[in-house]
Design a protein around this ligand. Sequence first.
Ligand SMILES: NC(=O)c1ccc[n+]([C@@H]2O[C@H](COP(=O)([O-])OP(=O)(O)OC[C@H]3O[C@@H](n4cnc5c(N)ncnc54)[C@H](OP(=O)(O)O)[C@@H]3O)[C@@H](O)[C@H]2O)c1
Length: 332
Amino acid sequence: MTLARQWLLNDHPRGRPIEDNDLKLVETRLNAPAPGQMLLRTLYLGFDPAQKGWMENVADYVAPMAIGDVMRGSAILEVIESNGGRFPVGELVAGTSVWSDYVVHDGEGLTLCEPELPPTAMLSILGTTGMTAWCGLFKIGKPVPGDVVLVSGAAGATGSIVGQLAKIAGCKVIGIAGGAEKCAWLCEEAGYDHAIDYKAGPIRSQIKELAPGGVNVIFDNVGGKILNDMLGQIATHARVVICGGISRYETGTLPAGPENYFNLVFRRATMTGFIVIDWNAEFPAIRKRMVSLINEGRLAYREDIQQGFEAAPATLQRLFSGANRGKQLLKL
Ligand SMILES: NC(=O)c1ccc[n+]([C@@H]2O[C@H](COP(=O)([O-])OP(=O)(O)OC[C@H]3O[C@@H](n4cnc5c(N)ncnc54)[C@H](OP(=O)(O)O)[C@@H]3O)[C@@H](O)[C@H]2O)c1
């Protein structure tokens, strides 16, 4: 038997920020792996704003979470014991797991880590984050050379990859992020042509100035007022990609529809939401392409690695305060 430390859901943070007692740290004895199962040791956890929605049960694309469930999240895990399980002892695997330092697992939904990059890449650029950037941009945004691409949440894990992919596709890329430091990073390191600091004042006139002919592709991670301001400057036949809406994840109500939505009619534009898991089958091929771009020095990624299993709830909260610099991870 293995003694595991686990974070359990203790309350649903509906309509409010996550609080300290929404998650509870406990110790649990795990049974030895049954035939076909493995004992895995969690090395890293990955964090996504959507986890707050899972805690609240607002998302219907994942199973609901009950009080007392072990918190769900992505992880890198090492196989330390196998009872005829899918992966051999010593392998590193990645995928959806739980906040537990040891896990008994049948391997369903887990993937071997890509050997050409450090394992954490499987939670960032080669994980859901990178796949979200790629699929949202190319399958819905469909950029063509010369397009203007405008990204909100641009300095985040997803947004910073979207900008680089759009540059590779030959576009002019404008990012919106919070604070001068993040905006400087966008232009100096992440390959963005321009950055707009939404915390420094109104952004609508700046978008107009930087994209006088209109924006062809919007990749929105934020929603609310920022989405409304972006919709005010779309070009004819623009594609508006709705990836996320973090500005409303801590409020109780869904936002009112953006006032500028009627621009979709005037500009014959489309606005499309997506959930990246719908393209699961294509992830291995997209990963291969991403690895080539990274090895050629054309695509970079940034990870923000916090330390210690006890810090898991505080690490999740960093996404909502904007403290994270790149993909938010935690090393156990
Ligand atoms: N559709 C899908 O399948 C899918 C899959 C994965 C992720 N997503 C979505 O993608 C988005 C980005 O996720 P990520 O993992 O890459 O996180 P991230 O962008 O690395 O981190 C979140 C960032 O959001 C910004 N933010 C927080 N509160 C905000 C607010 N009230 N207004 C404006 N900006 C705010 C902060 O940056 P600033 O300092 O710039 O404010 C923060 O650093 C999220 O909305 C997530 O839900 C969607």
